[in-house]
Design a protein around this ligand. Structure first.
Ligand code: DGY
Length: 326
């Protein structure tokens, strides 16, 4: 029997290719530049499966160009690039990659927090510049991370992984979330539940771990920055549009907050020029980018596709009702 045709918009990693090739006739986009919308629409015409990245929009337009499509497997946990309702309507299964990137993402949020608090990028720049004149008492003094108050906004798997790290740094942990965590979790992580306003007014570092939803879009706006301490830092490894970038730039320029460390941006890959300041650490959306984790993410997406064509339920379905209906 002919294997189902699948398009992967990146070569993936060898381990993921092995999984995908075993169950499908896979075509990989291997050129260094991103696949254009036109090329994607041309290549998807005869495909039953798609392995895509968060930079590709799986929306009504793509679905119309993909009459045979049965599954769209996102290589990311966030799926704001996928119109799940439109997929469901068309009977296309949508999947993501939850769970495998939590610790790696929390590691990177921690890295950002340390980097901005301890001025690592400025220090690296000085060390390389040839202008360093030697040790000095008040040179590049930053702010302690240990012992401070960490405010975690979004207390899912990644938010909780942050709280676990905070235990080792003797930090006080506050969290805000639409849903309060079970008492046992709060106890284990020594995390206190707070409303947003109270969290923002107490935290020295605010780390954001919410998905991008209509309710979280623009969550960090001018009034919220006003609630933060002028000595506090914002860390964002979730999604750019959760932060109103113009309001953030204003808060930084006017000293309403002390700094920010950002891995995600409102209009990626564009970065607001006002964010290119010494008290802001910038990274190009790499929080999950360890070889171990990115390999796991790609393998998970490949497994989802292969399972689907074997007649099994993919592990990470965003719209399980599509298969229930059959
Ligand atoms: C995701 O998975 O949603 C990240 O943003 C990329 O790791």
């Amino acid at each position: 029997m002919a294997k189902p045709k699948v398009l992967a918009t990146r070569p993936l990693f060898p381990a993921a290719q092995e999984i995908l090739n075993a169950g499908c006739e896979a075509e990989y986009w291997t050129r260094p530049e991103r696949i254009s919308k036109e090329e994607l629409f041309e290549k998807i015409k005869d495909k039953e499966g798609l392995v895509c990245l968060l930079t590709e929009k799986v929306n009504q337009e793509l679905l119309s160009a993909a009459p045979k499509l049965r599954i769209a497997a996102n290589v990311a946990v966030g799926f704001d690039n996928i119109d799940v309702a439109a997929c469901t309507k068309r009977g296309v299964v949508a999947t993501n990659t939850p769970g495998v990137l939590d610790e790696t993402t929390a590691d990177f949020a921690w890295t950002l927090m340390m980097a901005v608090g301890r001025r690592l990028i400025e220090a690296d720049t000085l060390a390389r510049s040839g202008n360093w004149k030697g040790w000095d008492l008040d040179q590049l003094v930053g702010t302690d991370v240990w012992g401070k108050t960490l405010g975690i906004v979004g207390f899912g798997r990644i938010g909780r992984a942050m709280a676990r790290r905070a235990l080792g740094f003797q930090m006080k942990v506050l969290y805000a979330d639409a849903v309060r965590a079970p008492e046992a979790v709060e106890k284990e992580l020594k995390a206190e539940y707070r409303g947003m306003a109270s969290l923002l007014s107490e935290a020295d570092f605010v780390s954001v771990h919410v998905p991008l939803l209509p309710e979280t879009s623009g969550l960090f706006d001018a009034p919220r920055f006003l609630k933060m301490k002028p000595t506090a830092f914002l860390i964002n490894t979730s999604r750019g549009p959760v932060v109103d970038e113009a309001a953030l730039v204003h808060a930084l320029e006017s000293g309403k907050i002390a700094g920010a460390a950002l891995d995600v941006f409102e209009n990626e890959p564009f970065i607001h020029p006002g964010l290119k300041r010494p008290n802001v650490v910038l990274a190009p959306h790499i929080a999950s980018a360890s070889i171990e984790t990115r390999t796991k993410m790609a393998c998970m997406a490949a497994e989802n596709v292969v399972a689907m064509f074997k007649g099994q339920r993919p592990m990470n379905m965003l719209n399980p009702e599509v298969l229930k209906a059959k």
